[in-house]
Design a protein around this ligand. Structure first.
Ligand code: NDP
Ligand code: GDR
Length: 364
């Protein structure tokens, strides 16, 4: 007889990582349960390709309505699913938005984690259920050492990062105090073609693609000098899974070990899309112009943050040593995949527009 099917529960299954992780676990034979929020319009675009009618035989992917700000829904779903593994990916994940909605961000990102851990405890699942917390390089904030590793002191710079720091420590605390197999992945930025449109990489690939196809004239960005360690989400969900396969729970930095500025990301995308882009001016007056001297990239202070994280660079040598994890997709491959996907989408939108329709009519 084969080993029994493992059951995973993913919060944030409709997000970028949730979609890649669900697909990865289904490919490994898991039964996958995801928690999605009720919304007034469809929010399952990233996972629609995984969904099957629950009446079909052999279905292994199930969605449940719930919210990490709502304990009763979490306890109900956890009791029903009895998961072997819980991946807590749900979050208000936009750093700039967290300055505008600090309380909601804390409720979701900090207390949401506590509610899930408490659900495991209340239901007596400590021995059965392993817990993964989506921790973040944003916790390093004002960096105290470079590159950042597991021992680097934290110095969060946003309500998002402060809330995530609570989640990090409550995960460690439930491991120590209650014996739960609970681990943190401290993940550095990871992107993909399904990255939210208002994170900087996707904003750039989408914006430049639309400029190239004549659908938009200028891309407005904030701090072009910010430096990030960017990887591909497809690689990073493998690390999330590996962390829960270890005999002992622990905390791991997951990063590419390479760093680029936002300006360099713009340059790489322009090269990939064969857009002739040169920079002129500096500071607020800095502009990216095309071969005909038209301004196609400009700085808008609206996108500056009240406190910025200037530079992040991770050292994932512990993950390499203990998990045998290494990223497979390079920065250039990431840029290429994102750029080509958004070029394709812009070509489709341009075609639709040329024929007198609104592209939005076809986007859902
Ligand atoms: P996304 O923003 O793409 O996805 C977030 C998910 O959380 C969505 O499914 C969203 O639902 C859901 N969600 C938000 N609020 C709630 C709530 N109150 N209750 C239930 N679900 C909720 O993020 P990513 O996939 O990029 O990131 C996954 C996790 O990893 C997040 O916790 C993020 O903070 C963290 N992280 C991400 C990194 C990255 O570079 N991507 C790096 C380090 C950490 P909906 O679709 O309805 O909005
Ligand atoms: P980040 O990602 O804040 O690192 O958080 P984001 O892509 O939003 O910003 C990266 C850097 O780019 C600068 N920037 C801009 N950012 C956005 N969003 N829009 C702009 O127009 C713009 N111009 C410049 C930012 O100031 C910043 O320095 C992401 C999220 O996924 C978090 O959930 C996760 O925890 C961290 O990565 C690791």
């Amino acid at each position: 007889m084969g080993s029994p099917t493992k059951r995973a529960l993913i919060t944030g299954v409709t997000g970028q990582d949730g979609a890649y992780l669900a697909e990865f676990l289904l490919d490994r034979g898991y039964e996958v349960h995801g928690i999605k929020r009720r919304a007034s319009s469809f929010n399952t675009k990233r996972i629609d390709h995984l969904y099957r009618d629950p009446h079909d035989p052999g279905v292994r992917f199930f969605l449940h309505h719930g919210d990490v700000t709502d304990s009763s829904s979490l306890i109900r779903i956890m009791q029903q699913v009895q998961p072997d593994e819980v991946y807590n990916l749900a979050a208000q994940s936009h750093v700039a938005v967290s300055f505008e909605q600090p309380e909601y961000t804390a409720d979701t990102n900090a207390l949401g984690t506590l509610r899930l851990l408490e659900a495991i405890r209340i239901l007596g699942l400590q021995q059965r259920t392993r817990f993964y917390q989506a921790s973040t390089s944003e916790m390093y904030g004002l960096v105290q050492e470079t590159p950042q590793r597991e021992s680097t002191p934290f110095h969060p710079r946003s309500p998002y990062a402060v809330a995530k720091l609570y989640a990090y420590w409550i995960t460690v605390n439930y491991r120590v105090a209650h014996g739960i197999h609970a681990s943190n992945g401290i993940l550095f930025n990871h992107e993909s073609p399904v990255r939210g449109e208002n994170f900087v990489t996707r904003k750039i690939t989408r914006g430049l693609a639309r400029i190239k196809l004549g659908l938009q004239s200028c891309l407005y960005l904030g701090n072009l000098d910010a430096k990030r360690d960017w990887g591909h989400a497809r690689d990073y969900v493998v690390a999330q899974w590996l962390i829960l396969q270890q005999d002992k729970p622990d905390d791991y930095v997951i990063a590419s070990g390479h760093q680029h500025s936002v300006r360099e990301f713009v340059d790489a995308v322009a090269r990939e899309m064969e857009i002739d882009l040169t920079w002129r001016g500096s500071g607020l007056d800095e502009q990216g112009v095309d071969g005909e001297g038209r301004v196609i990239v400009a700085v808008d202070p609206r996108y500056f943050r009240p406190a910025e994280v200037d530079t992040l660079l991770g050292d994932a040598s512990k993950a390499k040593r203990e998990l045998s994890w290494e990223p497979k997709i390079s920065f250039n491959e990431l840029v290429q995949e994102m750029a080509q996907t958004d070029l394709h989408a812009a070509q489709r939108d341009a075609l639709i527009t040329r024929h007198g329709y609104r592209a939005d009519d076809f986007n859902e």
